[in-house]
Design a protein around this ligand. Structure first.
Ligand code: BJW
Length: 255
């Protein structure tokens, strides 16, 4: 760390120390050092190999459920043995040491914050490990296991044996609303925090990225942790250039 980064780092530590409420927004980059690919990184991101509109929309699933199901099945398989990294652990330990002080908001669907021991996580884009019904109908109001998904053929998207409804991953695709309660809690945290930490996200996807704007408008300091430039840098009070597994443990260790 050069001397200018070191002084920004110390300034951010002072803001964090003084803050009664901290909001933290994380994205795919915080899981990169656990071996999970991001979406938009030029060489390694998933969108370097796939087009989002072919995979992460309801239209794509309706057009070719098997293709989308296979993509999620492969990602679920790849995530099975993945472990949280030092960044996830630092956040979880901070939340445990300071109950109620840091509201963790994630766009990630990989469950690694939860696996690291974060006691509370607002998961704005759902979870990759669960399914939900594609369509609403009388039978589909029942829990998934009541609808005979166990009769699905291996490797095929499960269908309700009674009504034919398809199961889909319980994630938020483009054009879909975010879970109302999680989004409301995230917006409240953005409005009341004194520091908004934004780690491992390109800041390209809304309404999640808008939380940093809301925090800034309400008077919070916005701090970015990322090895590369992001779309939120221009509204940031401080940019800490580096990876989350390297920076977060030092940023959040006890004063
Ligand atoms: C590291 C690192 C290391 C690397 N350490 N860092 C306003 C303006 C413009 C558009 C819109 C708008 N409002 C809504 C929209 C439309 C759309 C949108 O945002 N589009 C933009 C892309 C243009 N948003 C939506 O459609 C959302 N829904 C919605 O708005 O509904 C409203 C509505 C109204 C009325 C009717 C109906 C609806 C839904 C968005 C859902 C996003 N879903 C996905 C897929 C989830 C499921 C899955 O995983 O398959 O969520 S897309 C993908 O992007 C995923 C991510 O959560 C999300 C954000 O990506 P993230 O996490 O930032 O990853 P990357 O790859 O972009 O960045 C990684 C970063 O890590 C980089 O910066 C690296 O440098 C960094 N990094 N290594 C730290 N070691």
């Amino acid at each position: 760390m050069d001397s200018s980064q070191a002084s920004i780092f110390e300034q951010v530590r002072v803001w964090l120390h003084a803050a009664r409420h901290i909001a933290m927004l994380t994205g795919a980059g915080v899981s990169a050092e656990s071996g999970v690919p991001t979406f938009r990184d030029a060489q390694t991101g998933m969108w370097a190999r796939f087009r989002p509109e072919d995979l992460a929309t309801e239209e794509a699933f309706r057009r070719d459920p098997q293709r989308v199901w296979d993509w999620y099945a492969e990602r679920r398989e790849n995530l099975r043995d993945v472990q949280p990294n030092a960044g996830h652990s630092a956040v979880a330990e901070f939340q445990q040491r300071h109950p109620g002080r840091l509201t963790l908001i994630t766009q990630n669907v990989d469950g690694l914050h939860q696996k690291a021991g974060s006691p509370s996580v607002l998961a704005l884009h759902g979870t990759i490990f669960e399914n939900q019904w594609l369509d609403r109908c009388e039978l589909a109001r029942r829990p998934m296991d009541a609808c005979h998904v166990d009769q699905a053929e291996p490797g095929r998207p499960p269908r309700c044996a009674q009504c034919g409804n398809l199961a889909r991953p319980a994630v938020v695709w483009f054009g879909e609303m975010l879970p109302t309660a999680a989004m409301a809690a995230a917006e409240q945290a953005a409005r009341r925090c004194e520091v908004m930490l934004v780690a491992g996200t390109s800041g390209a996807v809304y309404p999640a990225a808008g939380l940093a704007h809301q925090a800034r408008a309400a008077g919070a300091k916005v701090v970015i942790v990322n090895p590369d430039e992001t779309e939120l840098d221009e509204i940031a009070d401080a940019v800490l250039t580096g990876t989350s597994a390297r920076i977060l443990p030092r940023l959040l260790e006890d004063w």
